[in-house]
Design a protein around this ligand. Structure first.
Ligand SMILES: O=P(O)(O)OC[C@H]1O[C@@H](O)[C@H](O)[C@@H](O)[C@@H]1O
Length: 394
């Protein structure tokens, strides 16, 4: 939503004021799906063009021809749209995770959750968003937007909170193995062990609330250390910023002489009203491993102009997916945007009632940034890898 959306207005503010600009809460979008869909379609069209100026021109033309539902042609301020877009495209990107925070109770607090399991309730007073992050599995189990009234993530009715198994739903962290290729349990052990809470902090400068969790190989139960005899430190930062929710996973090889090899992913369960009416943008033309067909490599059709529909058991690991992807839920009239870094690949999964599926399969779609193809990550002793995602919901 380039005209009214939170994301573009803030990018614009950042471009004009730099990283030290006072955070401000931008005007919200109109929250109607027509406008959200308009954003997706035109953003996709703009992406095909080379320069920011061309992209800006195209967006302006598209807006004139096809204004979002709450605006008329004459009310569009095309010049300001164009300069905002150009600012967004040219702005040096600030890595918010590099800006240090200060411990603060305003950012959140540790609470006792289901069955007494500890979790962090993060709050962002600027945007009135909240998130819940369980220390078990470093799992984000809830992210609420629109004055904390609207839940973005799916949490299964069958989710178990007793440390016996990973929490089903939210955003489980898959590490050091994504999927079942390797000698570890499916998706590795990080989602089924306790992480340590290092900090709950406020990044005043950016209007962001953040919690920092960590996991060290030395603290793992013996069974995992035996199967994965490597020294590592993982840090996971979950931030509620002015645009939405960001998750950053950093892994350091702490071994003095051995390489550290792993695959990883952030297993986002997005809540949808009706899986049949969902479209996913960003997979068109990509090569993927089809896990429903014995891991055969296939290629997605190029002409998915209206996005990928889920109408069967779908379990695909796309190779080199674009940084920006979007999920359009035409029943809820909402768009969830995913911007990923350091995770080259992406999984799309919905069991669609297949054997053993969660009974809630019609109410979620998993779109997961992963590093999987090309043998994942190899870190030399002392090296660090970082993978992150930014989620926005409109
Ligand atoms: O049941 P689990 O271990 O949580 O995994 C759920 C699904 O997670 C997806 O990421 C995988 O691609 C699927 O193959 C898998 O079935």
């Amino acid at each position: 939503m380039f005209i009214t959306g939170t994301s573009s207005a803030l990018h614009g503010a950042r471009a004009l004021g730099g990283a030290s600009a006072r955070p401000r809460v931008a005007a919200r979008g109109n929250g109607r799906g027509g406008s959200a869909f308009w954003w997706v379609v035109n953003r996709r069209r703009a992406r095909c063009l080379g320069s920011p100026a061309e992209a800006g021109q195209l967006l302006c033309m598209a807006a004139r021809d096809n204004p979002p539902p709450n605006q008329t042609r004459s009310s569009l301020d095309v010049d300001s749209m164009a300069s905002r877009l150009a600012a967004e495209l040219h702005a040096p990107k600030v890595d918010e995770n590099d800006v240090p925070g200060e411990p603060s109770e305003k950012a959140g607090k540790q609470m006792e959750g289901r069955n007494g399991l500890p979790y962090v309730l993060l709050t962002n007073e600027h945007t009135k968003q909240t998130a819940e992050v369980y220390l078990f599995g470093a799992c984000v189990t809830s992210w609420k937007v629109r004055d904390a009234a609207s839940e973005v993530l799916f949490l299964s009715d069958q989710a178990v909170f007793d440390r016996s198994t990973a929490i089903r739903g939210g955003i489980p962290v898959c590490f050091p193995q994504f999927g079942n290729q390797g000698n570890l349990p499916n998706h590795g052990f990080a989602r089924s062990v306790d992480w340590k809470l290092d900090a709950i902090e406020m990044v005043e400068q950016l209007g962001a609330s953040r919690c920092v969790l960590s996991l060290r190989s030395d603290d793992l139960p013996e069974e995992h250390r035996r199967l994965f005899p490597h020294k590592f430190r993982a840090q996971y930062r979950v931030t509620l910023n002015l645009r939405g929710l960001s998750c950053e996973l950093k892994v350091t090889n702490e071994d003095a002489s051995q390489d550290l090899k792993f695959t990883a992913g952030l297993h986002n369960y997005f809540k949808v009203r009706d899986i049949e009416k969902v479209r996913i943008f960003g997979c068109e033309g990509l090569e993927y491993m089809d896990k429903t067909a014995g891991n055969t490599m296939r290629r997605e059709a190029d002409g998915l102009a209206s996005g990928l529909a889920i109408n069967q058991h779908t379990d695909r690991v796309y190779r080199e997916a674009p940084e920006e992807m979007a999920i359009f839920d035409s029943t809820a009239l909402s768009v969830m945007k995913l911007n990923k870094r350091g995770f080259p690949d992406c999984t799309v999964w919905n069991p669609y009632g297949s054997q053993g599926s969660d009974p809630g399969w019609g109410g979620f779609v998993c779109v997961e940034p992963v590093v999987f193809h090309n043998e994942g990550v190899t870190l030399k002793p002392g090296e660090t890898w970082t993978g992150s995602q930014e989620l926005a919901a409109e």
